[in-house]
Design a protein around this ligand. Structure first.
Ligand code: MG
Length: 299
């Protein structure tokens, strides 16, 4: 690498010297050609030595930057935030959606055959260390709407269900993004169901890569990184929504491209409808699934 650097430098200095020679309209021949050549060579040698010494003082990364034309970028300075004491705690730039004390960030929505219905005040309750629906509650949703985000959410499925309660009936809930795209929540510890409908599935579209589920009644976490779709027109994505999910710290969805809104039955022929920013919804599916420590960072 050093030899290449010196070769490039020699080519540059020779070219520069020749250019200077051409620009001399009235060259003064005070010195003999041999003397001129000797002086010029000495000057070039000094320049090469100076830059060679400078090159030697560079770090490997700086030498690489010289050849790849990558520069140190100082501005704008990267925003400094304060992380939580624990990684599950909200960092200083997060919006806390639920801290266990109140439901101020939440409202409720009913679902019917035609989709979402009327909004109404939240009827979920504080219980078992978190928030959970009553038997008559609807789906909870944030009052705020979001586009691209990082979401931290903790949940646990109910205990005490009889063994006869299986499949999609066991601890079913879900995180529904922008009112369209469901990340499944389910007791999937030993409860077998269709793979693209178990916990961590992008419902009916992508099964999780692995199943790191904990037992019913034990707190679990999702870390969700979501990039909202951009639309080409009212029925076509320009770029589809993309999602990455960690379940209990394990990567289970690796930046997958969501094909369209979640539908049931989930045949993969989706009807795409243009939408804007949307809420985070916690599905009421008839199970008292409990949620806690919910925070979000807008990206
Ligand atoms: Mg569900």
């Amino acid at each position: 690498m050093k030899q290449l650097f010196i070769l490039l430098l020699l080519l540059f200095t020779c070219t520069f010297s020749n250019a200077q020679k051409v620009q001399q309209s009235e060259p003064r021949q005070q010195k003999t050609p041999n003397e001129q050549m000797r002086i010029k060579f000495a000057e070039q040698e000094a320049i090469v030595k100076k830059f060679a010494n400078s090159f030697d003082s560079l770090t490997p990364m700086q030498k690489n930057m010289f050849f790849t034309n990558v520069k140190h970028i100082m501005d704008p300075e990267v925003t400094k935030i304060e992380p939580g004491v624990n990684d599950s705690d909200p960092p200083s730039d997060a919006i806390v959606l639920f801290n266990g004390k109140d439901l101020n960030e939440w409202e409720e929505i009913t679902w019917g055959p035609g989709g979402p219905g009327e909004k109404k005040p939240i009827t979920w309750i504080l219980k078992d260390g978190g928030m959970q629906p009553t038997t008559s509650s609807g789906t909870a949703q944030t009052k705020r709407v979001f586009k691209d985000f990082q979401l931290h959410i903790e949940w646990k499925t109910p205990t005490g269900l009889p063994a006869t309660v299986t499949g999609q009936d066991r601890g079913n809930s879900g995180v529904i993004i922008q009112g369209n795209y469901e990340v499944q929540i389910l007791d999937s510890y030993t409860n077998r169901t269709y793979r693209n409908g178990q916990a961590g599935a992008v419902y009916m579209q992508y099964a999780p890569l692995v199943n790191p589920s904990r037992k019913e009644g034990v707190w679990q976490t999702y870390e969700i990184i979501y990039t909202a779709p951009r639309f080409k027109d009212s029925a076509t994505y320009f770029t589809p929504p993309r999602i990455t999910i960690f379940h209990n710290g394990v990567l289970i969805q690796n930046n997958v491209s969501i094909q369209g809104p979640t539908v049931f039955p989930g045949i993969p022929q989706y009807i795409i409808k243009e939408h804007g920013d949307g809420p985070i919804q916690l599905q009421q599916h008839g199970n008292p699934t409990t949620f806690r420590n919910i925070w979000i960072r807008e990206l």
